[in-house]
Design a protein around this ligand. Structure first.
Ligand SMILES: [Zn+2]
Length: 85
């Protein structure tokens, strides 16, 4: 049973494999949201939720990718205002 492609839902964008390969080869740290684990596109606006995409793989297990932990706009709003680090 292959249910991998049944997980499509509106409003949720998954990072294309080609982008993942670019992230691997660039060697640059990949910004990742610590809360929802979306990653930000290299040229993406950090304050635009569209720049943050879901990934189907565990980036923590990708030796060629270094992660830069942050927070995406949606999760930022979900955190109580006034809580700052
Ligand atoms: Zn998030």
């Amino acid at each position: 049973m292959n249910s991998l492609h049944q997980q499509q839902s509106t409003g949720r964008v998954v990072l294309p494999p080609s982008e993942l390969e670019l992230m691997k080869s660039s060697g640059k740290p990949v910004p990742i949201c610590s809360y929802c684990h979306r990653v930000r596109l290299d040229n993406g606006d950090p304050w635009n939720q569209d720049s943050w995409m879901k990934v189907n793989v565990d980036l923590h297990k990708e030796p060629s990718i270094s992660l830069s932990h942050g927070i995406c706009p949606t999760c930022l709003k979900g955190i109580a205002p006034g809580v700052k680090h």
